[in-house]
Design a protein around this ligand. Structure first.
Ligand code: BGC
Length: 418
């Protein structure tokens, strides 16, 4: 070996040592999530950038698919192979299911130090804690019983927002006359389920929603009120465009934004797309509660669930959880995402009118007993039950089941999944 080779070897050894040192010193988080639409990605960037400022690098693990169905499948594969990500975006009952498996970390010290108990509403704590221990950091509160209207189309139709289901139908007829797709819907089971739960609440009110969806009461699931729910779903189906099957939710939002459709029923993540397109509430679009559901809120909360990843990554994990609960982050993120803060001590001043309404509706519903978890977004039932409902609702919406058959199937499918 000549001297040049030796020098070269020594130099590359030094480089390797340096790189190894750098890798070790650099803290990072690997985050599994399904925030892949324009508005969602913009919101997530707020967190990425905040963490980068703290010297924590971000390894992105996006798994596209609204409501996270595909993300949960990807997660199972990672955990099964013994290599969970640092943090995972997760909803309600999925959190409980992972907690039961004993694979999650513990955030108690941080939560106690920062007083999370006092500022995170009980409805969220129910999912962020398992057996009294904090296992997740709630990012936001979304709500599903919203209707998003094109302001231009609404004005052309007389400007009055619909308050009842019948008024909604009358408005959709007017949108049709305008040559628009009246209702932009994407035919995916979770989106069908999102529409269905708004219709359940609209037809039966909150007591009925609780009885049918939360308590899975057989009579409520197969009786006359539920019959009207399925009949109303059939009516709404008549206002979709021929290309609705399989369409992603954000593409339906885009149809309304681009003036091709009049309205979309969707959770308030939809607002993120409007904002991303530089559109303003009250000027370009109008947000109202799904007709017939005023005063009630169906909620879901995205939480970052922290897996037990061992000491090496623990510090970065805690820094991420802390960054998520920072009140300034809660404002910066949620004003972009369309959701409202997961903390009750954050002022609404920075939020637009839809955000302010979302915050007020949530507080009123929480104190008035008209707040319930969204089924379609994992906050009413375990995932197996949720999927059983999706099956019936989707098949009915696509004409594969009559209303009579759906009413017969629904309680049975739920019972089999319980
Ligand atoms: C999540 C939202 C997300 C939406 C569409 C919901 O389940 O809570 O954060 O934007 O799905 O992907």
């Amino acid at each position: 070996m000549n001297i040049r080779t030796v020098t070269k070897l020594a130099a590359s050894a030094a480089v390797i040592a340096l790189t190894a040192g750098a890798v070790k010193a650099e803290e990072s988080v690997e985050v599994l999530h399904w925030w892949t639409s324009g508005g969602e990605a913009a919101a997530l960037n707020v967190l990425k950038e905040n963490l980068q400022k703290e010297g924590i690098s971000w390894q992105d693990m996006p798994v596209a698919g609204g409501s996270g169905v595909q993300a949960m499948t990807a997660l199972r594969a990672r955990v099964t192979s013994g290599d969970p990500p640092t943090a995972v975006q997760m909803l309600g009952f999925d959190i409980k299911e992972w907690a039961e498996m004993g694979v999650l970390g513990n955030l108690n010290d941080l939560a106690n130090e920062q007083g999370w108990d006092k500022v995170i509403p009980a409805a969220l704590q129910d999912f962020s804690k398992y057996e009294g221990n904090w296992i997740a950091a709630p990012v936001n509160v979304h709500s599903t019983n919203w209707l998003w209207l094109s302001k231009a189309a609404l004005d052309k139709a007389g400007g009055k927002t619909p308050e009842t289901f019948d008024e909604l139908i009358a408005l959709l007829d007017k949108f049709k006359e305008q040559g628009l797709v009246p209702l932009a819907h994407g035919g995916q089971p979770w989106q069908d389920g999102t529409l269905w739960e708004s219709v359940v609440l609209s037809v039966g009110g909150m007591d009925f929603y609780k009885k049918a969806v939360i308590d899975a009461d057989t009579e409520a699931l197969s009786g006359d009120t539920m019959r009207t729910v399925f009949d109303n779903m059939t009516k709404l189906r008549g206002y979709f465009d021929p290309n609705f099957s399989g369409r992603d939710w954000n593409l339906s939002t885009a149809l309304v934004i681009e003036g091709k459709a009049g309205a979309q029923q969707m959770g308030d993540w939809s607002k993120g797309e409007w904002l991303r397109a530089d559109k303003k509430p009250g000027t370009d679009f109008v947000c109202i509660r799904f007709p017939g559901t005023q005063g009630s809120v169906l909620f879901n909360s995205d939480q970052f669930v922290m897996f037990d990843v061992g000491e090496e990554k623990r510090n970065a994990q805690l820094k991420m959880a802390s960054a998520v609960e920072d009140p300034a982050f809660q404002i910066a993120f949620n004003t972009v995402k369309g959701s409202v803060p997961a903390r009750t001590d954050v002022p609404d001043t920075e939020f637009d009118d839809c955000g302010k309404k979302g915050m007020k509706d949530l507080a009123d519903a929480a104190s008035g007993g008209t707040l319930a978890g969204s089924l379609a977004h994992g906050h009413a039932q375990p995932s197996a039950v949720k999927e059983a409902v999706f099956d019936v609702v989707t098949q009915h919406l696509n004409g594969q089941l009559t209303t009579d058959q759906a009413l017969e199937r629904l309680p049975k499918a739920i019972a089999a999944a319980q």
